[in-house]
Design a protein around this ligand. Structure first.
Ligand SMILES: [Cu+2]
Length: 142
């Protein structure tokens, strides 16, 4: 009886141990990978800059359509009172072709959005720059 209880405890321990790794893998996956659901970003990145933090969300909507959302949260002790407009560039990771700068729409304090069509499907990298600093993230556009 005692050995059986021990076996169950060991099994539970192994299960829990494996579960943590599976959970970590799934968690990482959802943070960077493609999703059909338009409410879940295809890719996202957060970067701490000297004046605040930038959050970038990319939604690959299929057929080359992309929605980009940028949120800049200014630090409370930042010297400047308004966030400067970011410079955004899309480039293909494996091709030497011209970069693409989508038109940004200011939708709130420090919040910008763009909705546009990329000229090609494939692996893209988006760079969101504030002055000298920037955040970068890669994603797959279908
Ligand atoms: Cu290309």
């Amino acid at each position: 009886m005692k050995t059986r209880l021990l076996a169950i405890l060991i099994a539970l321990g192994i299960f829990g141990f494996a579960g943590v790794f599976i959970w970590a893998a799934v968690r990482t996956e959802t943070a960077v990978q493609t999703s059909e659901d338009q409410t879940v970003p295809t890719a996202a990145v957060s970067e701490t800059l000297s004046d605040g933090r930038v959050d970038v969300h990319i939604y690959a909507l299929g057929n080359g359509d992309v929605r980009l959302e940028i949120q800049f949260s200014l630090d409370a002790d930042a010297i400047e009172s308004t966030a400067v407009r970011p410079s955004v560039n899309f480039a293909m990771t494996k091709m030497h072709m011209d970069g693409f700068e989508p038109p940004l729409e200011l939708v709130g304090a420090g919040v910008w959005r763009a909705r546009f069509k990329l000229p090609m499907a494939g692996r893209w990298i988006v760079s969101v720059g504030f002055g000298e600093e920037f955040a970068e993230v890669e994603f797959d556009a279908q």
